[in-house]
Design a protein around this ligand. Structure first.
Ligand SMILES: Cc1cc2nc3c(=O)[nH]c(=O)nc-3n(C[C@H](O)[C@H](O)[C@H](O)COP(=O)(O)OP(=O)(O)OC[C@H]3O[C@@H](n4cnc5c(N)ncnc54)[C@H](O)[C@@H]3O)c2cc1C
Length: 327
């Protein structure tokens, strides 16, 4: 059984406000990590959202007005000529664009490597290639069966993305998660590279220059499994890019990656401990925002495990889906 990502309008508004507040703190913390010398590829790069239809542009204007009103960040509507002047790699055929000059980005791989290196330097022991196979309750503690033996930790933090649902079910904890499959394609042979990240609104596709490689990201398909590859989806992403970016009809892929976004029914992450299980902390369900929210999630987790009261945890509570049907 699949759940439907549909909340009523007031719930959507509340979820949007919570995510925006978390994202704004995430932005500050991403900048702080970079300022501390952790190489995550963090930069202010702006984002140019390009529209091929008036209906799309109208919707984009509303979103931009909401963004400006709630974040104090800037958004500027551009005519097609102004957009082409800012980003000469665009194709014609757009009806308008909105430029978000304060948008930031980082490189996901560099982020993970940078944070891991900083953690190791701080004395953390990281074991890679170890699979958690089962978990069960033994007295007041969890017993973890892993491919490297059995562990009985003082504290377990479960941050295993979409796989958290299955793993937690073994301990009787029910979190309805659904995979949102998406693709990330590194382009092999771009003759003309956009300088600014370009979001092709109607195609829900983004083209980002990561400095030395061009990345095409898109698609959100509910369901899917790890390592899924579908040549039709990859082709559709290239077609979408070629409607927006010059020369994209000649692109080929150097690397195709598909990933599973861990999505919750109310679009909010799940962070915290199940009732009466203080030795287990969960962080999952970040959907499309896991990288953006990574540092703020870490801050909330750190406060939570050190016993500080964390007001943010209330709407993110682990047991908020207890009345949901088991998937
Ligand atoms: C195409 C695409 C583009 C995206 N773009 C963005 C973006 O621009 N900005 C953004 O903020 N987010 C983006 N996301 C979303 C982001 O990638 C996710 O929200 C994020 O990866 C979720 O992080 P996570 O740590 O919860 O789960 P994951 O990243 O899925 O990590 C879970 C980890 O747990 C490990 N694991 C699973 N089971 C076990 C087990 N039994 N034992 C041991 N380890 C296990 C997995 O191997 C994996 O390493 C994108 C996602 C996709 C697919």
């Amino acid at each position: 059984m699949r759940f439907v990502l549909s909340c009523r309008a007031p719930q959507v508004e509340v979820a949007t406000q919570i995510l925006r507040a978390l994202s704004m703190e995430g932005l500050t913390l991403h900048a702080k990590l970079a300022a501390e010398g952790i190489d995550t590829g963090f930069r202010t790069c702006g984002r140019l959202e390009v529209f091929g239809t008036m209906a799309g542009l109208e919707k984009g204007r509303l979103e931009a007005a909401h963004y400006v009103a709630t974040t104090a960040l800037r958004a500027e509507e551009l005519t097609p000529a102004e957009a082409l002047c800012l980003e000469p790699a665009l194709n014609g055929g757009l009806v308008g664009a909105i430029y978000y000059p304060d948008e930031t980005g980082c490189d996901p791989l560099r982020y993970v490597q940078g944070i891991a290196a900083a953690a190791v330097e701080a004395g953390v022991l990281i074991e890679t290639g170890v699979e958690l196979q089962a978990l069960s309750r033994q007295g007041r503690r969890f017993l973890l069966k892993t491919s490297a033996g059995t562990r009985k930790p003082l504290l377990t933090v479960m941050a295993t993305g979409i796989w958290s649902a299955h793993l937690l079910r073994m301990a009787g904890i029910h979190i309805p998660l659904e995979a949102g499959l998406g693709y990330s394609i590194d382009v092999a042979n771009a003759r003309i590279e956009p300088r600014t990240p370009v979001y092709l609104n109607e195609a829900r596709t983004i083209v980002t220059n990561l400095g030395g490689r061009l990345r095409l990201v898109g698609l959100f398909v509910l369901g899917g499994r790890k390592g899924h590859r579908d040549s039709g989806s990859v082709r559709r992403l290239f077609e979408a890019a070629s409607r927006g970016i010059q020369g994209a009809d000649e692109w080929s892929s150097a690397r195709v990656w598909s990933g599973l976004r861990p999505c919750t029914p109310d679009a909010l992450p799940v962070i915290g401990s199940p009732p009466d299980m203080e030795d287990l902390t969960i962080a999952t369900g970040h959907g499309m925002l896991g990288l953006q929210l990574a540092p703020v999630t870490a801050r909330i987790l750190a406060d939570h495990v050190s016993g500080a009261p964390v007001t943010e945890l209330i709407p993110l509570a682990v047991d908020r889906f207890r009345s949901w049907p088991q998937l």
